[in-house]
Design a protein around this ligand. Structure first.
Ligand code: ZN
Length: 237
């Protein structure tokens, strides 16, 4: 959970409108309302949000720079459609990366870190119980970041943030909205193994955890031919 104050733009007006359009498109992707492969025509979005095409283009480019959207020259802007191979490589990267993190973490693990992990698990459980998918998605990624952040290595933290943005997108576009992102119990089991200082168990549980998420992704989900963008963005209100 971020303690950062909500972005408030001192200039207001244009910049905060851009920020809100950006957030609404990003959320529609995150919540799986925009499916893999959906085209986002500039003109249509400009009309929907009541702004110029130039401003929409700027926002789409920002999302593309974060790899949440894909801009294909002469064809337009699309919600990415990761391939089976993309999914395999991203989850393999997760497994390899976290194995290294767990090894390092066991060297510095103390009561303070364990307490932070316990608090995080409690927040995850609470979000799952009240069926708050947005919070669940945020917290499940944050669990893995919490492990990394304990090492105090900005490069490692940055690397995981990048990787998580790729895998979260895969979950958003390929996982049925009903199921949860990371199983809280699996996170709990990893924490229990860390607490017991059982390196082998922690490594195995972490590896299995990413394999489970990967296997739940349903790459068969087709692209809706004509998504109703007006309805998708109306739901945001
Ligand atoms: Zn997880």
């Amino acid at each position: 959970m971020s303690t950062r104050p909500r972005m408030k733009n001192p200039l207001k007006g244009d910049a905060s409108l851009d920020e809100s359009i950006y957030a609404r498109i990003a959320e529609a992707i995150l919540h799986g309302r925009l499916k893999a492969g959906t085209k986002l025509p500039e003109q249509r979005l400009a009309a929907l949000f009541g702004v110029s095409r130039e401003r929409i283009r700027k926002t789409l480019h920002r999302l593309a720079a974060e790899r949440r959207l894909e801009i294909i020259p002469n064809r337009g802007c699309f919600v990415p459609k990761p391939t089976v191979e993309d999914v395999r490589t991203v989850y393999e990267a997760h497994r390899v990366f976290e194995a290294g993190i767990i090894e390092q973490l066991l060297r510095v693990l103390d009561e303070r870190i364990l307490a932070a992990l316990d608090a995080h698990l409690a927040a995850e459980r609470a979000a799952a119980e009240r069926g708050d998918r947005a919070a669940s998605v945020r917290l499940s990624g944050a669990f893995h970041l919490l492990l990394v952040d304990q090492l105090g290595n900005a490069e490692l933290s940055r690397f995981l943030r990048e990787l998580l943005s790729r895998s979260s997108l895969m979950v958003s576009v390929y996982e049925p909205a009903q199921s949860s992102l990371c199983a809280v119990d699996e996170h709990g089991a990893i924490v229990a193994a860390l607490r017991a200082r059982d390196l082998d168990a922690a490594l195995r549980l972490s590896r299995e955890h990413f394999s489970h998420i990967e296997s739940r992704l349903n790459l068969e989900r087709g692209t809706p031919d004509e998504p109703d963008l007006a309805a998708i963005f109306a739901e945001e209100r």
